[in-house]
Design a protein around this ligand. Structure first.
Ligand SMILES: NC(=O)c1ccc[n+]([C@@H]2O[C@H](COP(=O)([O-])OP(=O)(O)OC[C@H]3O[C@@H](n4cnc5c(N)ncnc54)[C@H](OP(=O)(O)O)[C@@H]3O)[C@@H](O)[C@H]2O)c1
Length: 349
């Protein structure tokens, strides 16, 4: 076991984009087993999740969760191994999910640690993706908020990401027709050829607006928004009367202080649109049942996933978070916390 470990702390709040001086690396000695109190574990992270919402946690504004304090370890989820335990719930050597922050090693209270509970074809990182927060967000967003049903025409923005890719596949399982919007031709091909979306459009194409109008002639029953901006405006313009807009996120606006809302908002009135925001935590009591169903779909091959893993260790986290907004990931995005290679790799599973 190493004698020291690294953490990434918030050094200063960014104005818009994450800058090299937004975070700093801190090194400390690894806590000893003897220093653990009852109910605590010593956790070593193997993979740390990268999530768009992290940018919002750096702003000192009112939100669904308090901002990360200056000088505090950056908030985040990870999967890893229990190195030592004074908890009756976890034993040394066990692989777990934890709200561990951006730390190679951390002393954690047992209530922020969870067993993985993976299906036979599951991998550790599924607990950060399809069976983790993004999979649950997709599940509750499209089923509980979107109330998708057979025959619906569903459009998903951010469709090749961790959340969007699962949203579209669940909608297909429920008998909907699904159009995905993503940022490259390669991502669009993956959505249609691998995940079974009916159609996909690259929003970076110069004729995107025209293609979008052509692809949505039948008008939208459910729009699942991860992005905001022009795509949301276009979708409002193609909304069916009494359609539902599931407001999951607006990644296009996260790196700016003055987020812009839709210009086309009067369509909400004329088309009597139900536009509803949600936070996955609202459904916490229902997580076990949702995870069970997602795990079932995963084991039956009804839901597929891909992940992008950045190697190079925990110090890559700030740079990787910045790159998330440039669309470097397909599916779930994480950093291999204990890696030593300087190469970035893309891993498909
Ligand atoms: N409400 C909740 O409880 C909840 C929980 C989790 C996540 N979320 C939200 O869900 C959304 C997706 O999160 P995720 O974790 O699944 O991330 P993700 O989709 O895996 O990754 C982000 C993707 O967004 C796309 N993107 C970035 N900037 C964009 C822009 N300006 N316009 C269009 N697309 C852009 C990029 O793909 P392209 O190559 O396609 O551009 C990027 O790969 C985010 O808005 C997040 O905040 C909400």
């Amino acid at each position: 076991m190493p004698s020291s470990c690294k953490s990434i702390v918030l050094a200063q709040r960014p104005n818009d984009h994450i800058e090299p001086d937004t975070f700093r690396v801190e090194e400390s000695s690894v806590p000893s087993e003897a220093s653990l109190k009852d109910g605590e574990v010593l956790f070593q992270s193997n993979y740390l999740s990268l999530d768009p919402a992290m940018r919002g946690w750096l702003n000192d504004t009112r939100s669904y969760i308090p901002p990360v304090k200056i000088g505090a370890v950056m908030r985040g989820n990870g999967v890893g191994t229990i190195i030592a335990s004074k908890s009756a719930k976890f034993r040394a050597g066990e692989e777990v999910f934890a709200m561990c922050g951006w730390s190679e090693m951390a002393v954690l209270k047992e209530d922020v640690v969870e067993k993985l509970g993976l299906p036979s074809n599951g991998t550790m990182t599924d607990s950060l993706g399809v069976l983790g927060m993004t999979g649950l967000t997709a599940y509750f967003g499209i089923l509980n908020v979107g109330k998708v049903k057979k025959g619906d025409f569903v459009v998903v923005s951010g469709a090749a990401g961790a959340t969007g890719s699962v949203v579209g596949q669940i909608a297909k399982l429920k008998g909907a027709t699904v159009l995905g919007i993503a940022g490259s031709d390669e991502k669009c091909k993956w959505l249609v050829n691998e995940l079974g979306f009916d159609d996909a459009l690259n929003y970076k194409d110069s004729n995107f607006a025209k293609s979008f109008r052509a692809a949505t002639k039948q008008l939208i029953d459910v729009f699942f928004d991860n992005v905001g901006d022009e795509i949301l405006d276009l979708a409002l313009g193609r909304a069916k009367a009494h359609s539902t807009f599931v407001m999951c996120g607006g990644i296009s606006q996260y790196n700016t202080k003055n987020a812009q809302g839709p210009k086309n908002y009067l369509m909400i009135v004329s088309m009597r649109i139900r536009m509803e925001g949600f936070i996955v935590f609202d459904f916490e009591k229902e997580y076990p049942a949702a995870r069970k169903e997602l795990a079932q779909w995963l084991s039956e091959g009804k839901i597929k996933r891909q992940e992008t893993v950045i190697k190079g260790g925990i110090t890559k986290m700030p740079e990787a978070l910045r790159a998330l907004y440039d669309g470097v990931n397909t599916g779930m995005f994480c950093t291999w916390s204990l890696g030593t290679s300087a190469n970035n790799v893309k891993a498909n599973c």
